[in-house]
Design a binder for this molecule. Structure first.
Ligand SMILES: Nc1ncnc2c1ncn2[C@@H]1O[C@H](COP(=O)(O)OP(=O)(O)OP(=O)(O)O)[C@@H](O)[C@H]1O
Ligand code: SF4
Ligand SMILES: [Mg+2]
Length: 380
């Protein structure tokens, strides 16, 4: 029997109405998310990638019900949460948490780390007094590789990586089983990105988390994700297992993103595909395939109707009508997703981007501990 998905999203739309003008008869809508469907297995990391403005954050916030969907449905662990009220959502909030992109902006500068991390416990009336709360904060800090003395610090007294660890500790303190990590490493220095990516991978294994990981850097998501969903202008254009997507992209937009991902080896020749112009406006998307205005394979047929996301191989979905084109895949190991059999999975920063360094977990060269534990702390 197949296991029930922890998250099921069906035909989700999130349109934002724009202020109406005196002279326009119709109110315009920003179609930030325009009919997407996907599901996630328990314990999976699904990465959502795409250019700025493609709707990734809106998907993350809508599936967490931080914003109400315009239409479609969201089912979390078998429960339809699409139309639940704030009060009905409250018990679910503990189970579904968000890690923000910018750790500095998301932490209150006037609060100590202890107060920041313990706030969700207070909001959710977690039983136990101050001592119990303090013990939970300490366990959460330990889990993310911080030390007890960090509890008394303020955000400005921490490094960027430490601040993001605090953000992760705050997201974990209620022991959720589902996390949306919205570009958790893109505001960090490249040398710190690998540490935080490592941390999320280890926590996923340690705590059995399911993570929707939002990013625009395919080089990072290649190492963290089980599957990747590529988004363009509010719609999914390709979904596949990471190794499959890297080995054989089936949508021209994915091909272009892969060609632009940095390869930390100057000797490797590459054929970079430059996408002309910016992503079109989600207020008035192009007819038919929204990517047709920038696609080097576009024909008249592409503009006739929106291509459906269809299965082009088992578990591999693509929204391109052209099966006759051979797309290029990255030719270098740095962009090849790790084999789960050989690598579970310590990463090393090359000083440029994260690459797989070692097939054996015991030989990590990461300069800081990811999580300090191989099992959750005893007081967790
Ligand atoms: N509250 C809002 N009101 C109106 N438009 C919005 C709102 N939130 C997002 N949008 C628009 O929806 C589109 C998608 O935004 P979103 O933040 O989801 O993109 P993104 O893929 O996360 O981009 P980035 O990579 O820059 O974070 C954008 O055009 C954005 O301007
Ligand atoms: S449907 Fe046409 S325009 Fe769209 S991605 Fe495929 S080839 Fe390009
Ligand atoms: Mg975003």
């Amino acid at each position: 029997m197949t296991e029930r998905p922890i998250l099921e999203v069906r035909d989700l739309r999130k349109w934002f109405p724009l202020g109406s003008s005196l002279f326009s008869r119709h109110r315009q809508q920003v179609k930030a998310v325009d009919g997407i469907s996907f599901s996630m297995r328990r314990g999976e990391i699904l990465s959502l990638v795409g250019e700025s403005g493609s709707g990734k954050t809106t998907v993350g916030r809508t599936v967490l019900r931080l914003t109400a969907p315009t239409s479609g449905s969201i089912t979390f662990d078998g429960q339809d949460i699409t139309r639940l009220s704030r009060r009905q959502l409250r018990p679910l909030r503990r189970r579904m948490q968000l890690v923000f992109q910018d750790p500095f902006a998301s932490l209150n500068p006037r609060m100590t780390v202890e107060r920041i991390v313990s706030t969700p416990l207070i909001i959710h009336d977690e039983p136990g007094g101050i001592a119990a709360r303090r013990a939970k904060v300490e366990a959460a800090l330990q889990l993310v590789g911080l030390l007890p003395h960090h509890a008394t610090r303020y955000p400005h007294e921490l490094s960027g990586g430490q601040r993001q660890r605090v953000g992760i500790a705050r997201a974990l303190i209620l022991r959720p089983d589902f996390l949306v990590a919205d570009e958790p490493v893109s505001a960090l220095d490249v040398s710190i990105q690998a540490q935080v990516v490592n941390l999320l991978l280890e926590l996923k294994d340690l705590l059995g988390l399911t993570i929707l990981f939002v990013a625009h850097d395919l080089a990072v998501v290649g190492h963290i994700s089980d599957r990747i969903a590529v988004m363009y202008l509010g719609r999914l254009v390709e979904v596949a297992e990471t190794r499959v997507l890297f080995a054989r992209p089936r949508h021209p937009y994915t091909e272009a993103l892969l060609s632009a991902a940095p390869i930390p080896d100057p000797t490797v020749e590459r054929q970079r595909i430059i996408l002309a112009g910016d992503i079109p406006s989600p207020i008035d998307p192009p007819p038919g395939c929204a990517f047709s205005t920038r696609c080097r394979y576009a024909t008249e047929a592409c503009r006739a109707a929106v291509p459906p996301l269809r299965e082009v191989a088992p578990g591999h979905l693509s929204a391109c009508i052209r099966d006759d084109i051979a797309l290029q895949a990255p030719r270098h190991g740095a962009l090849t997703a790790p084999s789960k059999e050989t690598c579970r999975c310590r990463l090393r920063s090359t000083g440029y981007r994260v690459t797989i360094a070692c097939p054996r977990p015991s030989t990590s060269s990461s300069s800081a501990p990811a999580s300090s534990a191989s099992a959750p702390p005893t007081n967790w």
